[in-house]
Design a protein around this ligand. Structure first.
Ligand code: SF4
Length: 424
């Protein structure tokens, strides 16, 4: 389920067509297209046309990925910024911690927009327009923990739900068979209402019934559980370290151990999961230096997918009274995505729902144009969706237009995922 690109057929020759959309021209195989004609619009992956679409839809999609950076007078950019970009692009040297901190701190719009444009150019050079869509199912909002910032913490007086195995399978059936999802994230609070065996059974059953890659996001469980879940068919694990700073971690998770969290992450790396990890951006008391250290930890651990999003406060949590500057959070989150891309050109960076919450529909667009290359859509059944309130004002998705071209069925999209992500 990788985003395809629309193109209009310009010429046809021997099972191939030249397609173009005003920005790029590609030669694509058109064997899957019935009765292709010059002038038809098709959705295509790198070298394969998937299906026909009408012109209105094609224009809608082109608009989504349109790059809108303001014109910047490069003469006026700070010398230090220009030196860092040259160092990265021409000398191909790695960023130092001080340089990462400097880039994260940028706040003048001319400079930040140039930073995002540089990161986006690198994304396109390295990964082209390959963007993955993950479907996330939040199957339980029970949690045994009391993280100070989290809306579903144990002490929150919220309506709780726990989906049965059959409900989970039904939701995945709809996502996979009707909508074309191929990457599913099974997420819950740390809910021991499901034993290890219950979760293993759910994973096995999903793998038996559907052709789908499973990421699990179920919190701290034993190394033994993670090994067995890998054998049962889970390929990926979404497990944030939350912050690389032990003091901040202990303050926000008084009942937990930072060292145990990192040990749990390491056990998943050792079990050969495709790991999505990272931290929260903009926690109270967190500095750009702390965020730079988070990014350096992701790089040091060789994490293939960054899972990091802006911290947003939630009602009924001990941090609910802290003031919150949404514009500042958005700036920091976009800077973070762009710096992550510049530090780790091949890393997969999803736009989190929290970023969408900060900037509504535009959040997805801005995240992608700052260097992100994956999207997370919520596939939790509607009757439970509002109860998974990790933070307030959660963005209610308007993903139909993305789904139109991001999800398609067929062997080709499997091959693309296997090839690009090396997921088993
Ligand atoms: S952040 Fe995760 S572990 Fe902490 S309370 Fe929320 S759901 Fe539970």
């Amino acid at each position: 389920m990788c985003l395809t690109i629309p193109g209009k057929i310009k010429s046809i020759n021997n099972g191939f067509a030249i397609v173009e959309n005003g920005k790029r021209q590609d030669k694509v195989n058109i064997e899957l297209i019935s009765d292709p004609q010059i002038g038809d619009w098709v959705l295509h992956a790198t070298n394969l046309a998937i299906h026909k679409i009408n012109e209105t839809e094609a224009r809608e999609i082109i608009d989504l990925l349109e790059e809108k950076y303001p014109k910047v007078d490069t003469e006026k950019l700070p010398e230090r910024f220009k030196e860092i970009i040259i160092k990265l692009k021409v000398k191909k040297e790695e960023l130092t911690k001080d340089e990462i901190i400097y880039l994260l701190s940028l706040n003048e719009s001319d400079v930040t927009e140039t930073l995002y444009a540089e990161a986006n150019t690198l994304r396109k050079d390295v990964l082209e327009d390959f963007v993955c869509i993950h479907g996330i199912i939040e199957f339980s909002n029970y949690c045994r923990n009391n993280c100070l910032y989290c809306g579903i913490r144990k002490d929150s007086k919220i309506k709780r739900y726990r989906m049965s195995k059959d409900e989970i399978l039904e939701a995945i059936k709809t996502a996979v068979e009707d909508e074309g999802y191929k990457l599913i994230v099974l997420q819950s609070g740390e809910d021991y209402g499901y034993s290890d065996n219950d979760l293993l059974e759910i994973i096995r059953e999903i793998k038996k019934q559907f052709r789908v890659f499973i990421f699990i996001s179920v919190g701290e469980r034993s190394g033994d559980f993670y090994r067995k879940a890998r054998d049962a068919g889970a390929s990926g694990s979404l497990f944030r370290f939350e912050t690389s700073n032990e003091k901040i971690y202990q303050r926000l998770h008084p009942e937990h151990s930072f060292k145990e969290r990192l040990a749990c992450l390491q056990s998943q790396i050792d079990s050969k999961y495709y790991i999505a990890s990272g931290g929260l951006i903009g926690l109270p008391g967190q500095t750009e230096k702390n965020l730079a250290e988070d990014l350096l930890l992701v790089k040091r651990l060789g994490i293939p997918m960054l899972s990091a999003g802006p911290y947003l406060k939630a009602d009924e949590t001990p941090l609910a009274k802290e003031s919150e500057d949404m514009t500042e959070k958005l700036r920091l989150a976009l800077n973070y995505i762009a710096v992550a891309r510049l530090m780790m050109p091949n890393i997969k960076i999803p736009v989190t729902t929290a970023l969408e919450t900060l900037d509504n529909e535009n959040g997805r667009h801005r995240g992608l144009l700052a260097g992100a290359n994956a999207l997370m859509f919520n596939i939790t059944p509607a009757k439970y969706r509002d109860d998974y309130g990790i933070y307030d004002h959660k963005y209610i998705e308007r993903e139909k237009v993305w789904q139109k071209y991001g999800l398609f069925k067929g062997e080709e999209s499997w091959e693309m995922i296997e090839d690009k992500l090396k997921i088993e």
